[in-house]
Design a protein around this ligand. Structure first.
Ligand SMILES: *Cc1c(COP(=O)(O)O)cnc(C)c1O
Length: 367
């Protein structure tokens, strides 16, 4: 493969000595779960996000699940989720016993804020906007609806660390923000990891215990909780990454700009909405010739993916929720036309050129 879809190994090799040193320092410290390296990482993340508190957890899915728990959302409650997201957004809602209620998206892949009101019921407790592919959702509209109907907003910022909405970091606008440190995300570690951001001190105190069995101290359990903690090794790796995150973000934005400029005649790619900065966890385009283009790219050694080919309401897991084909026309249409081009900081100039040239060549051959 000339241009693989991801470059995890290159990412490690590019910063090998720093990552190795970080890991070794934790191994030597003997402090393997939580501890100083983890709390230092939380402080650094809060500083980066310009919010008051960060609580690290075991993964991004737990970040959402624990956030729902902290807001006392559970059986009998409904939570609004965009119908095109990674399954974890809906899975976390189900895991606390609540019901995910899906909402259609627009062609820019984010929740369609004009359709949220029509799915609000008297059981609705929260909205989980997803900043899909690192493009900020329309938070002003979402916050206004939340206020009007007295709903909580939990941001799923798993794909969007560093993205800005009206100069504010996404994940710090709603009551709680959920992030993932999964190796494929914008701030990757070498295993699972995640965190929650908040400006609410009570939620911070509660979540700090909830992720650690409800323990107030070594011997006293205030309430029954979960084991959802971050390893010191992953925190140390994340700390190295946080240092480079602005550089990586700049690089992927530059790649996105190049793709958009070079391919504007042949595919549709959403541009940044006004007053936002997107961080391009994925670079997704729309084309009616999607399957043929993906096949052609693969034959020419450029790997692409679809995020995600099956909308949430059509997943086998959603069967009992009672949705059917046709319920979310935009998401269903987009699912047939969208594809993601490779985008990561380690892509070389010639790899970027390969992607662009191959996409253009495909269209030349078609016409
Ligand atoms: C990755 C992801 C998650 C879950 O994060 P994990 O760390 O893999 O549990 C949740 N929501 C979205 C939108 C994601 O992309």
């Amino acid at each position: 493969m000339i241009v693989p879809f991801v470059g995890l190994k290159q990412h490690y090799l590019a910063y090998q000595s720093e990552f190795n040193e970080a890991v070794q320092s934790v191994l030597i410290s003997g402090e393997y779960i939580l501890g100083k390296v983890v709390s230092d990482f939380e402080t650094a993340l809060a500083k980066y996000l310009n919010c008051r508190f960060v609580i690290t957890v075991a993964n991004g899915t737990d970040a959402i699940m624990l956030s729902l728990k902290a807001l006392n959302i559970g059986p009998g409650d409904e939570v609004i989720v965009p119908v095109n997201s990674f399954i974890a957004t809906a899975g976390a809602v189900v895991s606390v016993g609540a019901r995910p209620v899906f909402c259609d998206i627009t062609e820019d892949f984010n929740i369609d804020v004009t359709k949220i009101e029509s799915v609000i019921t008297d059981k609705t407790r929260a909205i989980i906007p997803v900043h899909f592919t690192g493009r900020p959702a329309d938070m002003n509209a979402i916050s206004a609806l939340a206020k009007k109907y007295n709903l909580e907003v939990i941001e799923d910022a798993a794909q969007a660390i560093g993205a800005l909405y009206h100069n504010q970091q996404v994940g710090t606008i709603g009551k709680l923000g959920c992030f993932s440190l999964h190796p494929l995300k914008n701030l990757p570690v070498f295993g699972d990891g995640g965190f929650i951001s908040t400006n609410d001190e009570n939620l911070y105190r509660y979540l700090s215990k909830l992720r650690n069995h409800g323990l107030k101290d070594r011997d006293t359990c205030d309430f029954f909780g979960f084991n959802s903690r971050l390893d010191g090794v992953q925190a140390a790796i994340g700390m190295v990454g946080l240092h480079y995150l602005p550089v990586w973000t700049k690089k992927v934005i530059a790649i996105a700009d190049r793709y958009r400029d070079a391919l504007r005649e042949v595919v549709i790619a959403p541009s940044d909405a006004s007053n936002t900065k997107s961080v391009y966890h994925n670079f997704m385009v729309l084309t009616d010739k999607r399957d043929a283009l993906m096949q052609y790219l693969l034959e020419n050694s450029v790997e692409t993916k679809i995020h995600y080919p099956i909308p949430l309401h059509l997943q086998p897991a959603s069967k009992s929720l009672g949705y059917k084909v046709g319920d979310f026309p935009v998401a269903e249409s987009v699912a047939k036309r969208m594809m993601s081009l490779p985008i990561y900081p380690e892509l070389t100039d010639s790899q970027i050129e390969s992607v662009i040239n191959t996409v253009i060549l495909f269209h030349k051959k078609q016409s």
